[in-house]
Ligand binder design. Sequence first.
Ligand SMILES: Nc1ncnc2c1ncn2[C@@H]1O[C@H](COP(=O)(O)OP(=O)(O)O)[C@@H](O)[C@H]1O
Ligand SMILES: [Mg+2]
Length: 264
Amino acid sequence: MITRNANGATSTAGSGNGAREIAIAVEHLTVSYGPTPALLDVNLQIPAGLLVGVIGPNGSGKSTLIKAILGFVRADFGEVKLFGEPAEKAKGRVAYVPQRGSVDWDFPITVQEVALMGRYGQRRWWQDRTHADYAAADAALEMVRMSEFRHRQIGQLSGGQQQRVFMARAMAQGADILLLDEPFAGVDAATERAILDVLERTRAAGKTLVVVHHDLATAAEYFDRIVLLKQRLFAFGPPERVLKPELLAEVYEGKLRAFMDLAE
Ligand SMILES: Nc1ncnc2c1ncn2[C@@H]1O[C@H](COP(=O)(O)OP(=O)(O)O)[C@@H](O)[C@H]1O
Ligand SMILES: [Mg+2]
């Protein structure tokens, strides 16, 4: 069932996900940096265990939504709950995976050490790492298929490989929610496949993933649910319900011609 609420956003209900726990609940979220809000009264309930794409034109508030879920920006109004708790209480359960190439790896640190960084939250800094820490880091590197690079310096890896190591760090941390901002930006087709494979494996491990994505042409194939955003939430639901020409035309205005041509 599709309903249209007072804000004009469509949402779906009763389509087979009724039993899933709500991993992320965004309630009346308004965030502004200046006079115009970047996000305005966004309401969203993301069920656990799904791979969710966030789409919308440049400047539509996609990164701001990710930052608000992480608690990196302050809400003017509204709140974010993670697994039913105020976000501040569930901080350890959410991890941000930085964009590839966004970190300068001039100093030498190995892939294994980056994965182990995910374990710092589990102990005091002066305590030695335990066998359990190494086991968790190794299992996480296995999950992202980076075990064989364990002793490699991270600066020597490609951007796509670095991103997989950051995914491993989040997994070693024990995060249940992973947030990624445009992980596919500027990667070649093989790297895109490899990253998607890791996202799908992470979902298969029961995690909830929220991924900012800029490519409408692949969105339906990649994601279980899509958030369509432009300051307000325009739609949230399965791809076939969200990627509708009339909705996309409203959100992307004149910028849609290329995609419509593609769809024909
Ligand atoms: N740190 C900031 N200071 C001021 N304005 C910002 C800041 N970050 C984002 N904005 C503005 O907020 C709006 C949403 O930005 P953003 O969330 O980055 O959009 P997107 O990720 O969809 O491109 C834009 O108008 C942007 O210019
Ligand atoms: Mg952005």
